[in-house]
Design a protein around this ligand. Sequence first.
Ligand code: HEM
Length: 496
Amino acid sequence: MKASPVYTLAEGVPYGSATTAQHFGGDNIKGLMLLQDTQLIETLAHFSRERIPERVVHAHAVGAWGEFEVTHDISEFTDAKFLNGIGKKSKTLLRVSTVGPERGGSDSIRDVRGWGMKIFTEEGNQDWVFNSIPVFFVRDPIKFPSLNRSHKRHPATNMTDPTMFWDFHNNSQEGIHALMLLFSDRGTPKSIRHINAYSGHTYKLTKEDGTFHYIKVHIKTNQGVENLLNDDAVKLAGQAPDFHAADLHQAIVNENYPSWTVYFQIMKPDDAETYRWNIFDMTKIWPHSDFPLIPVGKLTLNRNPANYFADIEQAAFSPSNMVPGWAPSADPMLQARMFAYNDAARYRLGVNYQQLPCNRAVSHVYCPYQRDGFMTFTDNYGGDPNYVGSDLKPVTFAGNVGANGCVVGGHEKWIGQVIGFTSRVVDDDFVQPRAFWEVLGKQNGQREHLAYNVACHLSGADPQVHAKALEMFSKVHPKVAEMIQVELEKIANSHR
Ligand code: HEM
């Protein structure tokens, strides 16, 4: 039998009991506590500090470890080593979250799911910070905090508030496609094993020779997409709020490892210049008929976190973590996100968050010009020069000069002027949502579900915002608005 661990205080000193406190006043329940009782003081002081700031969005999550395996050769498009060599496997960490609720939220609520994935490659960390829908609610980063606040709690009542939700979307209609996806049955997945994930943004694959391609990433569940009906999801949110966590945990315990197939849509730069849709507008998809899905690899989850806080809460994902061969595009949302996540991690976890075991690269790291700071727990590069350009300890430089994609890969010559840009909604913003409505029409009951799901939510909002919401849906198709209106009336009558 394995020997049981000897209890010590946090500084390693063995201690005879974890429950004894020093009393002045006798061996009974009456007693004055002593300042010399290190165990009691340390225990209480640590308890008060055991929370770290939760993520401002995507606080509530489920996560696991796994591996990404290359299944198809795409070496003509990228030098990225983790994508080259059929059969090559890289360790992966996945964190799937709801967006709006706080850390203790319910798994089955209606929400987009976030997909934070870190691939530990031989060239450093490649993060994919995606969502469970292929488009987003806004295409302009300045609106992102407002979008999220409108989905969260009212500043006065501290309650989630459908009125402000609809008030925001009524006035920022560019996100109508994402809104329809949210209120389709996809908004309430049966489990995270049954969802797809999408990059949303356009990224670039690059080669040393300067060639590049634009891509969008699709990650499709091999378990099949399965969703809950609105009313069942609402019930589960009360009855089994940790239902998705339990489902994933148990699947891995049972060695029923969930897997996903990773596909890229790949576009030539010349095509991007003339394409029907602006490829830097993340409220737009690239129809598969224009750019088919090309299989690339397989993701498998096969290990539960040994400790949720250590592995999942402390994980920090960022769209700016990119290996050579992968680069950002000129999507303004992506550009803004490349600042926001590292900034959030520094606030939430501290300046040395990259050193935490769950985030630490498996490849060689030598970055002596970033050192010190709270909680440095490496050797901090010992006595190596902490300034650039030293002959005392020569450093070898490899890889691209400048930001990823800046030198390698084209479309980076810019001419223009600085302007104040405001994104405005136009008729074109309703074309793809209309196509989605047509697709729903081919699936039994899906249009009815969408209308019912919207009505359930909208009926909780102040009637003042109803008309404008219906007007917005009527721009997709008059039938959508009409069906929502009918459902709204049914709900109103049932409350009479
Ligand atoms: C300008 C737009 C956006 C900004 C400023 C933004 C900002 C943030 C911030 C601050 C966090 C919390 C990070 C942390 O505390 O570690 C976060 C989490 C997240 N965001 Fe965004 N976000 C934006 C858009 C998006 C989009 C478009 C997607 C998906 C395509 C996305 C996916 C995620 C995911 C998956 C997480 C959770 C990551 C994790 O598991 O730790 N976000 N975002």
